[in-house]
Each structure stands twice: as structure tokens, then as C-alpha cells.
Design a protein around this ligand. Structure first.
Ligand code: DGP
Length: 114
């Protein structure tokens, strides 16, 4: 699959404000934040969209969500609450085709999203 800006961030070829890292997951601040806290959790291994994920990726997908929850606890806003979002393809609003989990926090979220 084609390389993306997030692949370049994962390989440290371009800068990002990295806030969390494990062997398989990297997280950095969104360039265009939609909340006081807006962090993107990506697998270091490239997966374009949720549609490309298979049963073999189940553990990795779980690790992305667990990383987001771990970060929320570490940063002290887990009890207050936050939102995680995975956009998929055009109608989902996905613009970068390297799977990522948005973590939004620091304000009350609305439902349904627009
Ligand atoms: P999505 O629409 O779900 O594909 O979200 C992509 C997000 O990525 C969007 O909120 C803006 C953010 N973004 C795009 N390019 C960059 C970049 O070069 N660096 C960072 N940190 N974030 C980016």
C-alpha cells in the first residue's frame, strides 16, 4: 500500500509531537486539534483502513485502544472521560490512509457526531 504522512512519522522521517510509544504503537498530537486534547494512536506497522484488518490484527487493534486508555489514565483525564474514534474511508471522514485511533478529551463531546 502507499506510504502516508503517518508512515513517515512512525519512521521518524518527519517530526511530530510524540506523546506515547510502545513496541507496536506510536501516539502523537493531531496537527488540527478538535479538542483541548487530540492525540492520534497509530500502529507502527501500516494498515490502511479498518477494512484491511484481519483476525491476525485483532491483538494490534486491541493494543491501540488499550494504549489510548493507558494514556488517558496517565494524563489524569480518564475518569472525567474522553472519546475514541476510528474514521474509515470517505463517509467516515478518513483523510490519512494509515489506520489511527483519535483520542479526544478536555471538553464535553456531543452525540450524535455531525
Ligand atoms: P482522519 O480524518 O481520521 O484521517 O484524521 C487524520 C488526522 O490527521 C486529522 O485530524 C489531521 C491529522 N493530520 C494530518 N496530517 C498530519 C500531520 O502531518 N501531522 C499530524 N500530527 N497530524 C496530521
Amino acid at each position: 500500500m502507499a506510504d502516508t504522512i503517518f508512515g513517515k512519522i512512525a519512521r521518524r522521517e518527519i517530526p511530530a509531537d510524540i506523546v506515547y510509544e510502545t513496541d507496536e504503537v506510536l501516539a502523537f498530537r493531531d496537527l488540527n486539534p478538535q479538542a483541548p486534547v487530540h492525540v492520534l494512536f497509530i500502529p507502527k506497522r501500516t494498515l490502511a483502513t479498518l477494512n484491511e484488518a484481519t483476525a491476525q490484527d485483532a491483538e494490534l487493534l486491541g493494543k491501540l485502544l488499550l494504549a489510548a486508555a493507558d494514556y488517558a489514565k496517565r494524563e489524569g483525564f480518564a475518569d472525567e472521560g474522553y472519546r475514541t474514534v476510528v474514521n474509515c474511508n470517505e463517509h467516515g471522514g478518513q483523510t490519512v490512509f494509515h489506520l489511527h485511533v483519535h483520542l479526544l478529551a478536555g471538553r464535553r463531546m456531543h452525540w450524535p457526531p455531525g
